[in-house]
Design a protein around this ligand. Structure first.
Ligand SMILES: [Zn+2]
Length: 261
């Protein structure tokens, strides 16, 4: 069982949101994702938000996806706001700031956001809100959903930052992966529309690129605690639904993993 109080302060922290990845697609690709699933399987969880904006505010507030069971009370949260009057577990790290990003900053972390989908572009005021949680935030056209090599560009950018970062620095690196979000049909040659199959192909591509990031993080002085999960799924016609920002099990069930690199 992870004791977050042993992690914060001693580990670099890498948080990756695999934007729009469905739980079923993630499970079907598990054997082809040696980087994300090399040390274990996806856990089925419920997301606190049905689309990027809502879900990420919850995550940064310390509300990560919860186990997809009826027994929520035995779930030990990694992060919790201090002084709420609610009981908390000794393994939970308590922050005394509005969110975990500024909380980690208060603990001496350098906080970095590498954006992907539209809510991280910083092009309009709304798209500056989520990146605004961080001391540093980056977004390029090549990181976005329209670029078929977006993860490669995002990872290259992260590697450049890591090269220049001091080994002794404590890093909280957040990466919003855009490749699995629609459109993703171009990951299957000849496919005309997005589907579970094209999402699976996008995930394989993403996993391949994340290997370089994991390797670079492993070369740093501190051990690395990695959180990798989806912010929400998406519907491909199930019960008539298309997309997300709606309530359906293909949206609220998400894959979740936590591991030390
Ligand atoms: Zn999203």
């Amino acid at each position: 069982m992870i004791n977050m109080n042993d992690i914060v302060g001693s580990h670099d922290i890498l948080m990756i949101t695999l934007d729009t990845l469905r739980y079923d697609a993630a499970v079907l690709e598990e054997n082809h994702c040696p980087n994300l699933c090399g040390s274990g399987s996806w856990e089925k969880r419920h997301t606190p938000g049905s689309f990027t904006y809502a879900a990420h505010h919850a995550f940064f507030g310390g509300f990560l996806p919860t186990p997809a069971t009826t027994n929520k009370k035995d779930h030990i949260r990694l992060f919790h706001s201090k002084h709420t009057g609610l009981p908390t577990h000794p393994n939970t790290w308590l922050f005394d700031t509005p969110d975990i990003v500024s909380g980690l900053q208060a603990e001496g972390y350098r906080t970095i956001c590498i954006g992907g989908v539209i809510f991280f572009t910083k092009k309009v005021p709304l798209a500056k809100v989520l990146p605004g949680y961080f001391q540093e935030s980056y977004w390029r056209m090549t990181f976005g959903v329209t670029n078929s090599r977006s993860t490669e560009h995002q990872v290259n950018h992260a590697l450049k930052l890591l090269e220049r970062a001091g080994m002794e620095e404590k890093l909280f690196l957040f990466l919003n992966v855009s490749a699995i979000h629609g459109p993703n049909h171009y990951f299957v040659p000849g496919a005309k529309k997005d589907s579970v199959d094209t999402q699976r192909a996008a995930l394989r591509y993403v996993d391949g690129q994340l290997g370089r990031l994991f390797e670079a993080m492993r070369c740093r002085e501190r051990p690395v605690f990695c959180l990798a999960f989806s912010d929400h799924g998406t519907a491909y016609g199930e019960d008539g639904y298309e997309g997300h920002r709606l309530a359906h099990e293909v949206v609220w069930n998400v894959p979740y993993r936590e591991f030390v690199l």
